[in-house]
Design a protein around this ligand. Structure first.
Ligand SMILES: [Zn+2]
Length: 287
C-alpha cells in the first residue's frame, strides 16, 4: 500500500525547512539549487527561479503541472525543473526531488574521481552507489534527458561539474540521500588524503546491497534484483566509472590522489568539515 500524500500546507512547511537545511549544511549557496515535491492532486510544488534557499519563504514556492506549466504562485519555476519532471516521469514511486551543488561531491566530478564505489557498508546498504552523469549545459533538455537512465536505478546522482539530484518518497528521504552522499564524499576525500581507500570485497558489497534493498527499499528496478547474484550492483553501475574501471588494489591511482590533495585543508581550529568546505570553495574560485 502506498504512503498517503502530504497535504499542501504541510508540504510547504517541509519545503521551507529542507531549503533552509540545505543552505545551513553547505549543500548549496546563493541562488543555487531547487526543491520540488508532488502534491496530492499530482501537480508539483517547487521553488521559484532566483530565490535564496537559506531565506526561503512561502512566497518563493510555485505550483506547476507535470508539463512544467505554472499554475499558481509568484515568479517563474526554474529552468532546472525539467530535470525534476524527468525524475517524476521515470520513477512513479518518487515524490520529492532535491537538486543542490554540494561542494565536496562536485569536486569529485571535477577531479575525475568516481563515487560509484562500494566503500562504506552503511552507504551500500542504504544508497548503493552514486553515478556521475556526463556534462550537459544546466537548464537544458539534454541535461534532463541525460539523467533519465540513471534515475531509473539510483536515488542519488551526480552531474559532472554541476551538482547532485537526490530522490525520495518524501522530502526527508531525498534530503537524507543528499546528506549521505556528501558525507561519503567527505569521508572518502579524507581517506584519500591519508593514503588511499579500501573498497569492500565484492561479495560483501553484494550481500550488503541485497540486505539493504530488502530492508529499506530503493528504486523498484533495483529492489527486483535484490535476490540476484549481484543484487543491483553490476547492471545499475555498468555506466559508472567506479565499477567499470576498478583499481586493482582498491587504492586510488596517483593522479587521483594528486587531484584530491588540491582540496586538502590545514585544519587549525576549524572543524574538519568547515575547513574542507572552505578549501573546496576556494579551489572552485568561490571562496
Ligand atoms: Zn544546478
Amino acid at each position: 500500500m502506498s504512503t498517503p500524500f502530504v497535504p499542501e500546507r504541510r508540504l510547504r512547511e517541509e519545503m521551507l525547512k529542507f531549503g533552509h537545511l540545505c543552505y545551513e549544511r553547505h549543500l548549496l549557496v546563493a541562488m543555487d539549487g531547487n526543491l520540488s515535491a508532488i502534491l496530492p492532486d499530482g501537480n508539483v510544488l517547487c521553488t521559484k527561479a532566483g530565490c535564496h534557499k537559506g531565506f526561503l519563504t512561502d512566497d518563493d514556492l510555485v505550483v506547476i503541472d507535470r508539463s512544467g506549466r505554472k499554475l499558481r504562485g509568484q515568479g517563474s519555476p526554474t529552468s532546472e525543473m525539467a530535470m525534476h519532471l524527468a525524475c517524476y516521469d521515470e520513477r512513479p514511486d518518487v515524490r520529492a526531488v532535491i537538486h543542490t551543488h554540494p561542494p565536496i561531491s562536485i569536486a569529485f566530478t571535477i577531479a575525475g574521481v568516481s563515487m560509484a564505489r562500494c566503500v562504506l557498508p552503511e552507504v551500500v546498504l542504504t544508497l548503493g552507489t552514486v553515478p556521475t552523469v556526463d556534462y550537459a549545459t544546466t537548464g537544458t533538455k539534454s541535461l534532463a534527458d541525460g539523467i533519465r537512465p540513471y534515475v531509473r536505478h539510483h536515488d542519488a546522482i551526480l552531474m559532472d561539474r554541476h551538482g547532485a539530484v537526490c530522490l525520495g518518497k518524501d522530502l526527508l528521504t531525498a534530503f537524507c540521500n543528499l546528506e549521505t552522499m556528501e558525507h561519503t564524499a567527505l569521508i572518502t576525500k579524507t581517506a584519500r588524503d591519508l593514503g588511499g581507500i579500501k573498497e569492500l570485497p565484492p561479495e560483501e558489497a553484494v550481500k550488503l546491497r541485497s540486505m539493504g534493498l530488502k530492508r529499506y527499499g530503493g528504486p523498484p528496478s533495483a529492489v527486483a534484483k535484490a535476490d540476484g547474484p549481484h543484487a543491483d550492483l553490476p547492471e545499475a553501475c555498468h555506466a559508472c566509472s567506479g565499477c567499470a574501471h576498478p583499481t586493482p588494489s582498491g587504492v586510488a591511482p596517483k593522479s587521483e590522489l594528486k587531484m584530491a590533495r588540491v582540496v586538502s585543508a590545514p585544519l587549525a581550529n576549524k572543524s574538519v568539515e568547515d575547513a574542507l568546505v572552505g578549501e573546496v570553495l576556494r579551489a572552485l574560485g568561490r571562496g
